[in-house]
Design a protein around this ligand. Sequence first.
Ligand code: NAD
Length: 531
Amino acid sequence: MAPPNAEISHPTATSNGTLNSPTPLFKVNSPNVQYTNDHIFSKYTYFNTLVKKQADGTLIAEPTETIYEFKTERTVPRVGVMLVGWGGNNGSTLTASILSHKKKLTWHTRTGAHEPNYYGSVTQSSTVRLGVDPEGNDIYVPMKDMLPMVDPTELVIGGWDISGKNLAEAMERAKVLPYDLQRQVKDDMVNMVPLPSIYYPDFIAANQEDRADNLIPGNNKRAHVNQIRKDIRDFKANNGLDKVIVLWTANTERFAELIDGVNDTADNFLAAVENSHDEIAPSSIFALAAIEEGAPFINGSPQNTFVPGLIQLAERHHTFIGGDDFKSGQTKMKSALVDFLVNAGIKPVAITSYNHLGNNDGKNLSSQRQFRSKEISKSTVVDDMVAANHLLYAKNEHPDHTVVIKYVPSVGDSKRALDEYECDIFMGGRQSISMYNICEDSLLASPLIIDLVVMTELMTRLQYKTADMTKFSHFHSVLSILSYMLKAPMVSSGTPVVNALSRQRTAIENIFRAAVGLTANNEMGLEHKIW
Ligand code: NAD
């Protein structure tokens, strides 16, 4: 099927690899940018400020300039996504939604007729200010048209689940999408059956045992890796795919213990897998299989899948990894609100978060060790924003931060998040902000899966070079550009973690701009101030 936006977008590979339309939505007219049939080349000057502290405490700020060259492959490949936990609420919701786009469905609820959209996806449903027209009016373009990106409607979806229900049954079990929509995608989804998966009962809650009926046999962890590697290869071949991305949207696991000699280095990790060591989690097995197959792996759950040895292996294989934990609701609000408060000079002193939910994720999280993984992932989200303002916070001072999650079956996937932000304000005053957020959890998470896949795939086609490099190179294996979609973003060692949502979005926007030779967006609006 031809991509619907082929006439306005960047070139897209058909299944036989030939180019569709080579006409982008916009072209940059600059000596720093060159479009060839296969690539966009750009030259970008990265301005920064180097700050040095003198002996007397004075700060000396020095502007710096570094030239970066970027090279982006223009052909969008045929991409497959393999979800671990395909039969869960997120997996079945994502699959049905993409199918509804492919089939251009309309469905009815008591509020009227609905058509598919990609709301909640930053790549598909947000715009970027490209520049201004001659009259000084802002001109916006869809983020997805900044660079050639895969169209989510064209994704081929597959994956594994320890539950053998087909995707139609899984969608019904999830109770997320309206019946009239389910009815129209059901026949296609009956034939989608998750591949058998690996189940190490110690890692997820005991209350999940009754759905574990679709398992790869045996206890040999290397044999498990090899089976999953074969599944990835078969999926790629059977669907004529150029690339596969593997994404964990299965249950939250407990944290794996970090043990010297077991998961601390790449070689120790590989040896521990050979020995089927108890502390190697299923999610780490999947990540290893993907890394060894050269398929990017993203972790949408909070557990520490990426133990140090596994990160080293991703670097060794030059495979992209990203994580941890989808940032869909409460944490996303937190990373926007605390950023705003602290930057407004208001001091949050306590952030108290209650959640209750009734889906299978909530059931799994009702077990203490799995809840602990979630608590850790939610806990560090304001740290960088607090540390950025020494006028409000003394060194090592933090607001009180409490996270409670309760399982209430009757609310299903409609998660409730109640947050209270207690703040110190002017002259000893207090401000209490209460927020009550009600939303279908999987309708927030599914668009994030799309963004994670679309951006990760793009990063496999984007390379950079500086003056001291002899050839173009990919970005670091740990994809920190994915931070916007993740609660506890992983970054490469030595890189500071950024949780503030606006900074994370600005990073995406400006990297995309640099790749087409445009300067970083600034809000100075100087063109309006020259009379
Ligand atoms: P879910 O429980 O509905 O789905 C998880 C699926 O994973 C289930 O079908 C289960 O059978 C399967 N599974 C468990 N262990 C497996 C294994 N080893 N191999 C293959 N399949 C396995 O949960 P969900 O609501 O779809 O959420 C999925 C994950 O995403 C959870 O860990 C959750 O914490 C995380 N998450 C979700 C959101 C959100 O939905 N808004 C936000 C952040 C994080």
